[in-house]
Design a protein around this ligand. Structure first.
Ligand code: NAP
Ligand code: MG
Length: 498
């Protein structure tokens, strides 16, 4: 097996890790699937095989669920004080920092993303979130509630962990999505079976060692690599209490159906087609840089990517020219090269899908302001692309492309209701941004948009303290902030007749 990347970019440690034999992680033990099956892990920069990952089968799903159940019901984790639990989660965050450079290289190699962003965004945010959630473990409170029943009563609520959780995550931010899922579940006292995406299993495989080093008791976190069948088996398993999923709306619907067998709790973070609304009084330098980042960051593979621009006709051409300039500035290349700002798409499949949309946009009459085709001759690179004068019925405007492709449409009146109708003309509702110097208009617009997050004069930034999630077919449940703790706990009422 060859790791076909320039060796000067890859540390020996990471190179050795990637080449090594990989194991599932069940009950704090590294195990091989009984079937002996593996699947290939590919480098998206050139399509070459870089590693083999173990493919969990039904027996390993059983083992992992049994381990997670046992750890939840009895043993050190079940008895652990909130303070000690918080210390473990904090330690997890510290170790993510300690191994940050290595994790960033693994992530960049496996996903293709620029290593600098992997280090400063994916790894840094993951560590920060662990530390943030560690603090909540001692602050998960119930209420004491006065009641009006006849007699003398003492009534109160307890907020308890929901139990054994299956967490199924996508390939666009493999480590960060693992952290978004693990941090609140651990802080709340749940146990977990984590299923990374088949395209990007490497950082999750590396996490197994970090989880063991942090000192989590056996069975608290179990990691099963494999494809969607592993996910489906978890979703249908009768002894799992909750499934948390990030990925496509299509699979999200399958997950809701699968979870009906035992009425698991479900939270879904799905796709988006997020609008960016630019008024004529916006600071255009800020808007151009922010709107460009909102769509080109991570090669457009962000669920909140700002993929529909509505811009006032007075500034429309200026904005387009600015975006074309930004698109031209992008340095496409190998993610491991520190100079790269835009990496490849994740896979041949996504590459084909995004190229299909480039064709569809042109065929439907969109004006190509920048990009419009693949970049280079190998790997899954797509040029940052700006389509102008698109119309609402075009597939590039309606469907989630999940690539560095944005559609722009001018508007010529400032009626907030009609703008909101345009912004909300989508089955999704994950994010949106409003660009203006008029704060009254900005907040009025924010109220009218049907989305889980509205940014003003910004697009994309998330914070560990800010709840994140969808309206409509972008899903439900909120990650981060205290809302994430609520997602992994349920309320028990205790009513005592004195
Ligand atoms: P996907 O199929 O939704 O995959 C997400 C996760 O779900 C992966 O771990 C996947 O496993 C697993 N999975 C697949 N089928 C399953 C099933 N029946 N039951 C349980 N789990 C299952 O995403 P994709 O096919 O890779 O990407 C397709 C589109 O999804 C993208 O073009 C994009 O539009 C959207 N997407 C959205 C996000 C987001 O952040 N919201 C992230 C990624 C993709 P395997 O991959 O191993 O089969
Ligand atoms: Mg899929």
């Amino acid at each position: 097996m060859n790791i076909l990347v320039k060796n000067d970019f890859l540390s020996t440690e990471v190179s050795n890790f990637v080449r090594a034999k990989h194991y599932l992680f069940i009950n704090n033990k590294k195990v091989l699937p009984r079937s002996g099956k593996t699947f290939d892990v590919l480098n998206p920069a050139n399509g070459q095989k870089i590693a083999e990952a173990p493919e969990a089968g039904p027996e390993e799903v059983e083992d992992a669920v049994r381990a997670a159940r046992a750890a939840f019901e009895s043993g050190p984790w079940a008895r652990m004080s909130p303070n000690d639990r918080g210390k473990l989660v904090w330690k997890f965050g510290e170790l993510l920092e300690k191994y940050g450079d290595e994790l960033a290289q693994i992530e960049s190699l496996d996903n293709g993303k620029p290593v600098t962003y992997a280090r400063n965004v994916d790894v840094a945010f993951s560590a920060e979130l662990m530390r943030y959630m560690a603090g909540w473990s001692t602050k998960i409170l119930g209420n004491s509630i006065p009641v009006s029943l006849p007699g003398d009563w003492h009534a109160y609520t307890l907020r308890e962990p929901v139990g054994v959780c299956a967490q199924i995550i996508p390939w666009n931010f493999p480590l960060l999505m693992a952290a978004w899922k693990l941090a609140p579940a651990l802080a709340a006292g749940c146990t977990i079976i984590l299923k990374p995406a088949e395209q990007t299993p490497l950082s999750a495989l590396r996490l197994a060692d970090i989880i063991a080093e942090a000192g989590f008791p056996a069975g608290v976190v179990n990691i099963l690599t494999g494809d969607g069948r592993v996910g489906a088996a978890l979703v249908e398993h009768p002894d799992i209490d909750k499934v948390a999923f990030t990925g496509s709306t299509e699979v999200g619907k399958l997950i809701m159906k699968g979870a009906t067998s035992n009425l698991k709790k479900v939270s879904l973070e799905l796709g988006g087609k997020s609008p960016a609304i630019v008024f004529d009084d916006a600071d255009l330098d800020v808007a151009i840089a922010g709107v460009a980042n909102g769509i080109f960051f991570n090669s457009g593979q962000c669920c909140t990517a700002g993929s529909r621009i509505y811009a006032h006709k007075k500034i429309f051409d200026k904005l387009m020219a600015g975006l074309a300039l930004e698109a031209g500035k992008a340095k496409l290349g190998l993610g491991l090269d520190p100079a790269t700002t835009v990496g490849p798409l994740i896979s041949d499949e996504q590459f084909g899908k995004v190229c299909g949309y480039l064709e569809a946009g042109r065929r439907d009459g969109a004006e190509v302001v920048a990009g419009g085709s693949r970049w280079g001759t190998e790997g899954y690179f797509v040029q940052p692309t700006v389509f102008a004068h698109t119309t609402p019925e075009m597939s590039v405007v309606r469907e989630e492309i999940f690539g560095p492709v944005v559609c722009a449409m001018p508007f010529d009146d400032d009626d907030l209701e009609s703008l909101a109708r345009k912004a909300n003309d989508t089955v999704y509702g994950l994010g949106a941004s409003v660009w203006t110097r008029d704060i009254g208009r900005a907040h009025k617009m924010a109220r009218r948009i049907k989305a889980g997050t509205v940014w003003i004069n910004s697009h994309l930034p998330n914070d560990v303290a800010l709840p994140f999630g969808g309206f409509k077919q972008s899903g439900f449940g909120r990650e981060m902030g205290y809302e994430a703790i609520e997602l992994y706990t349920h309320v028990k009422t205790v009513a005592a007749s004195l």
